[in-house]
Design a protein around this ligand. Structure first.
Ligand code: BTN
Length: 256
């Protein structure tokens, strides 16, 4: 009997591993535009991406063979466009829950969807939704986690890896399976309408939540406290007894 570490019903059951690709998100998008249907839960994993894409049109660099770079196909037609951020929340929680047994308390979700350990970035995600009318027809959920990379170039800023934290190598497939199993669980919670649970848990895992910290917005530095995240994903920061909301381009977290 095959020992299947993907214990869910659909996420990861159809797994395609590529040696090299431009971007697993691009690959999955092209696959979807071909006529053959692609089953929900299909995972495309690459040993190496030569044009990995990150948030805000940034590139995503990962040393070949050492890190997790993969994309999952979901078909959340039960979610309206206005609930897109709930999918981001559910996927962030899935990565968090998969890594928490290894890394413990230092792990956080940095709004909107970065995976942080301490003050450093361990991974991130790029979720690309394909819309049909007012529904989300498909979601290409691209995830990058730094696993066994020893060093990062100086321009990688705040990057870290599981290896830098725990000084051990990990099997990429084992971590992939944990993330996939958790994606399935949180995705099914969303599908069952447990939005409040997903929203509350996300908030409780948030980096800098309810702490007085420094930010920059509109060219001005200020002290404020993250007091919430709107249903649509905007960050709520309180300062001087007023609450302001921000999108990703409008606010910077200052670590000094
Ligand atoms: C970010 O934090 O900027 C998001 C990074 C997302 C990277 C992953 S790696 C797998 C998938 N394919 C891509 O081209 N990007 C995502």
């Amino acid at each position: 009997m095959q020992n299947n570490i993907f214990s869910g019903l659909f996420v990861g059951q159809n797994l395609l591993t590529l040696k090299e690709v431009d971007s697993t998100n691009n690959f999955l998008k092209t696959l979807l535009s071909n006529s053959k249907p692609v089953p929900e839960g299909t995972v495309i994993m690459a040993e190496s991406q030569f044009a990995g894409r990150g948030q805000q049109n940034n590139q995503w660099h990962a040393e070949p063979g050492k890190n997790l770079t993969f994309s999952v196909l979901l078909k959340p037609s039960f979610l309206s466009i206005s609930a897109q951020f709930d999918l981001t929340r559910a996927i962030s929680l899935s990565v968090y829950d998969a890594l928490c047994p290894l890394l413990g308390d230092g792990l956080k979700i940095k709004w909107p969807n970065d995976i942080y350990y301490g003050d450093k970035k361990l991974g991130g995600m790029l979720i690309e939704n394909i819309l049909q009318g007012s529904q989300i027809k498909s979601a290409i959920v691209g995830i990058g986690i730094n696993v066994n990379q020893d060093n990062f170039p100086p321009d990688a800023g705040k990057a870290t890896s599981i290896k830098q934290i725990l000084h051990k190598d990990y099997q990429l497939r084992d971590i992939l399976a944990e993330i996939c199993n958790n994606i399935e669980a949180h995705y099914l919670s969303l599908k069952a309408g447990k939005l409040n649970l997903v929203r509350e848990t996300y908030l409780n895992r948030l980096y800098w939540y309810n702490q007085q910290k420094r930010f920059r917005a509109n060219g001005t530095e200020f002290e404020g406290t993250i007091s919430g995240v709107k249903d649509n994903g905007l960050l709520v920061v309180s300062h001087n007894n007023t609450e302001s909301t921000f999108n990703l381009k409008e606010i910077e977290f200052l670590n000094h």
